[in-house]
Design a protein around this ligand. Structure first.
Ligand code: HEC
Ligand code: HEC
Ligand code: HEC
Ligand code: HEC
Ligand code: HEC
Ligand code: HEC
Ligand code: HEC
Ligand code: HEC
Ligand code: HEC
Ligand code: HEC
Length: 300
C-alpha cells in the first residue's frame, strides 16, 4: 500500500503548522507547536552538541526533510531559540515533556506534516485507543539510523501489544508472516487510509488469492459469507488454514436434523468408513463443470 508522501521536494510542510496553530490547539496538540515561530535554527545548529541525533536523522526515513528543513528538530522539540543560548535542558521540550504527551498529541506531531496522507486515521481502532499513536509503531522514525523499520520488521511493530495474534503465526499451518514473506500490514490497513473503501482485512484475501472467488459457473454460495466461514486468517492447527478439522467445516452449515442426509440427498452410504466431504465435493470454492462441485465423481 502506497501512501502519498508529504510534498517531497516541494515547500516543506513544516512551515504551515504555525499558520494552522489555532486548529491544532482545538485538536489538543502539543503546546509547543503553538509557540511563536522560532528564529531559524538549522539542524546544523544542533550538530555541535547533538551529533548523534542529527546524523541518525540524516540516515533514517526522514533523511530528506531533516537535511532540507532547518526546523525539522523543532517539529517535536519546539522553539529552540532559548535552548541554543542557554544549552539548558530546561529550555527545550525534552524527554520528560514528550513522555507525558498523550497519544492524540503524539500523533498530531506527525500529522502536522503527514495530514494529507492518512485521511482515514481518525476512524481506526488505534486512533480511538488512548494508548496507541503513530509513535507506537514508528518510534524509531525521528533519530534512529536504522529507521525505515516499520516496514522491514514486519510483525515486530505489532508484537508488543498483540502477542496472542503473533503466536497464532507459530501454528503448523499459517500465513508466512514470521518467515518474512508478508507482514501484518499485508492484510491490515493500519492507517485506515482506505476506510470506507475496503470492507476489511478479508477483502484483501482476493488480492493474493483471486482464483478462490471465481467467477464460477457453479459458485459455492458459502463464499458469499466470506472466506472466514471456513478459514482463519492467521494460523491454524488444521491444514489449509481451516477453522475445524475433517468434515466439521462443512457441517457447520450443512448439518440437518435428518443427517447424514445433506440437502435432499441421503449420505449414509457416502460417509461410511469415514468418508470426507472433500473426497467428492472437491472444488470447494466453486466449479465450472459441476453444479455439485465434484467433477471427478460424475465422470466415473
Ligand atoms: C551548545 C550546545 C547545544 C546546542 C547547539 C544544542 N543543544 Fe540541546 N542540549 C544541550 C545540553 C548541554 C543539553 C543537556 C544535556 C543533559 O542534560 O544531559 C541538551 C539537551 C537537549 C535535549 C534533551 C532535553 C531532555 O531533557 O530530554 C533536546 C531535545 C535538545 N537538547 C534539543 C536540541 C535541539 C533541537 C537543538 C538544535 C535546535 C539543540 N538541542 C542544540 C546542548 C546543546
Ligand atoms: C517536519 C515535517 C514532518 C514531521 C513532523 C514528520 N514527518 Fe514523516 N516525513 C516527512 C517527509 C517530508 C517525508 C518524506 C521523506 C523525506 O523527505 O525525508 C517523511 C517520511 C516519513 C516516513 C518514511 C516514508 C517512506 O516512504 O519510507 C515515515 C515512516 C514517516 N515519515 C513517519 C513519520 C512519523 C511517525 C512522524 C511523527 C513521529 C513523522 N513522520 C513526522 C515529513 C515529516
Ligand atoms: C518526530 C519527533 C521528533 C523529532 C522530529 C526529533 N526528535 Fe528528538 N526526541 C524525540 C523524542 C520522542 C525523544 C525522547 C525519546 C527518544 O529518545 O527517542 C527525543 C529525544 C531527543 C534528545 C534526548 C536524547 C536522550 O537520550 O536524552 C535529543 C538530544 C534530541 N531528541 C535531539 C533532536 C534533534 C537534534 C533533532 C533533529 C535532528 C530531533 N531531536 C528531532 C522526538 C523527536
Ligand atoms: C499499528 C502500527 C502503526 C501505526 C499506529 C501507524 N503506522 Fe505508519 N506504518 C506502519 C507499518 C507496518 C508501515 C509499513 C507497511 C505499509 O503500510 O506498507 C507503515 C508505513 C508508514 C509510512 C510510510 C509510507 C507507506 O505507506 O509505506 C508513513 C509515512 C507512516 N506509516 C506514517 C504514519 C503516521 C503519520 C501515523 C499516525 C497517524 C502512523 N504511521 C501510524 C505501522 C503503523
Ligand atoms: C501500542 C500498542 C499497539 C501496537 C504497537 C499495535 N496495536 Fe493494534 N491495537 C491496539 C489497541 C489498544 C487496539 C484497540 C483494541 C480494542 O479496541 O479492543 C488495537 C486494535 C487493533 C486491531 C482491531 C482489533 C479489533 O478487534 O477490531 C487490529 C486489526 C490491530 N490492532 C492490528 C495491529 C497491527 C497489524 C499492528 C502492527 C502494525 C498493531 N495492531 C500494533 C494496540 C496496539
Ligand atoms: C492473511 C491476512 C492477515 C494477516 C497476514 C494478518 N491478519 Fe490479523 N486479521 C485478519 C482477518 C481477516 C481478521 C479478522 C477480522 C474480522 O473478523 O473482522 C484479523 C483479525 C485481527 C485482530 C483482531 C482480533 C482477532 O484476533 O480477531 C488483530 C488484533 C489482528 N488481526 C492482528 C494481526 C497482527 C498483529 C498480524 C501480524 C502478526 C496480523 N493480524 C496479520 C487478517 C490478517
Ligand atoms: C499478501 C498476500 C496474501 C494475502 C493478502 C492473503 N494470503 Fe493467503 N497465502 C499467501 C501466501 C504467500 C501463502 C503461503 C503459500 C505457500 O506457502 O506456498 C498463503 C496461504 C494461504 C492458504 C493455505 C494454502 C495451502 O495450500 O495450504 C490459505 C487457505 C489462504 N492463504 C487463505 C487466505 C485468506 C482466507 C486470506 C484473507 C484473510 C488470505 N489468504 C490473504 C498470501 C496471501
Ligand atoms: C465453504 C468453505 C470455504 C470457503 C467459504 C472458502 N474456502 Fe478456501 N478452502 C476451503 C477448503 C475445504 C480448502 C481445502 C481444499 C482442498 O484441500 O482440496 C480450501 C483451500 C483454499 C486455498 C488453498 C489452495 C486451493 O485453492 O485449494 C486457498 C488459497 C483458499 N482456500 C482461499 C480462500 C479464499 C481467499 C476464500 C474467500 C474468497 C475462501 N478460500 C473461501 C474451504 C473454503
Ligand atoms: C457458510 C456456510 C457453508 C459452509 C461452511 C459450507 N457450505 Fe456448502 N453451501 C452453502 C450454501 C448457502 C449453499 C447453497 C445451497 C443451499 O442453500 O443449501 C451450499 C451448497 C453446497 C452444495 C450443493 C451445491 C448447490 O448448488 O446446491 C454442496 C455440494 C456443498 N455446499 C458442499 C459443501 C462442502 C463440501 C463444504 C465443506 C468444505 C461446505 N459445503 C461448506 C453454505 C455452506
Ligand atoms: C462419496 C461421495 C460423497 C461424499 C463423501 C459426500 N457427498 Fe455430498 N453428495 C454426493 C453426491 C453424489 C451428491 C448428489 C446426489 C445426487 O445427485 O443424487 C451429493 C449431494 C450433496 C449436496 C446437495 C444436496 C441437494 O440438496 O441437492 C450437499 C449439500 C452435499 N452433498 C454435502 C455434503 C457434505 C456436507 C458432505 C460431508 C459431510 C458430503 N456431501 C459428503 C456425494 C458425496
Amino acid at each position: 500500500m502506497k501512501h502519498a508522501r508529504p510534498s517531497p521536494g516541494g515547500p516543506p510542510r513544516v512551515r504551515s503548522w504555525t499558520r494552522h496553530g489555532g486548529l491544532l490547539l482545538a485538536a489538543g496538540a502539543l503546546p509547543f507547536l503553538l509557540q511563536a515561530p522560532a528564529a531559524r535554527a538549522a539542524e546544523s545548529a544542533c550538530q555541535p552538541c547533538h551529533a548523534e541525533q542529527v546524523e541518525a536523522a540524516s540516515k533514517g526515513p526522514h533523511a530528506g526533510i531533516a537535511t532540507r528543513e532547518p526546523r525539522y528538530c523543532e517539529s517535536c522539540h519546539g522553539d529552540a531559540a532559548r535552548h541554543l543560548e542557554s544549552g539548558s535542558a530546561a529550555d527545550i521540550v525534552g524527554k520528560a515533556a514528550l513522555g507525558k504527551a498523550d497519544a492524540k498529541a503524539r500523533s498530531m506531531a506527525c500529522l502536522t506534516c503527514h495530514r494529507s496522507g492518512f485521511p482515514g486515521w481518525e476512524g481506526t481502532p488505534h486512533s480511538r485507543s488512548a494508548e496507541v499513536s503513530c509513535w507506537s509503531c514508528h518510534g524509531d522514525s525521528w533519530h534512529d539510523a536504522k529507521g525505515k523499520a516499520a516496514k522491514k520488521r514486519g510483525e515486530g511493530a505489532c508484537a508488543s501489544c498483540h502477542v496472542e495474534q503473533v503466536s497464532e503465526f507459530r501454528r503448523v499451518y499459517r500465513h508466512p508472516v514470521l518467515e518474512g514473506r508478508m507482514g501484518c500490514a499485508s492484510c491490515h490497513d493500519v492507517h485506515g487510509k482506505s476506510a470506507g473503501g475496503k470492507k476489511g482485512p478479508e477483502a484483501t484475501c482476493l488480492e493474493c488469492h483471486p482464483e478462490s472467488a471465481g467467477p464460477w459457473v457453479f459458485p459455492h454460495r458459502a463464499i458469499e459469507d466470506g472466506c472466514s466461514s471456513c478459514h482463519v486468517p492467521h494460523g491454524s492447527v488444521n491444514r489449509s488454514l481451516l477453522k475445524t478439522s475433517g468434515n466439521g467445516v462443512c457441517l457447520t452449515c450443512h448439518v440437518q436434523t435428518n443427517f447424514p442426509a445433506a440437502g435432499k440427498v441421503p449420505h449414509n452410504r457416502y460417509l461410511q468408513g469415514g468418508g470426507k466431504c472433500l473426497d467428492c465435493h472437491s472444488e470447494v470454492h466453486g466449479s465450472n463443470v459441476d453444479e455439485l462441485m465434484a467433477p471427478q465423481y460424475r465422470k466415473r
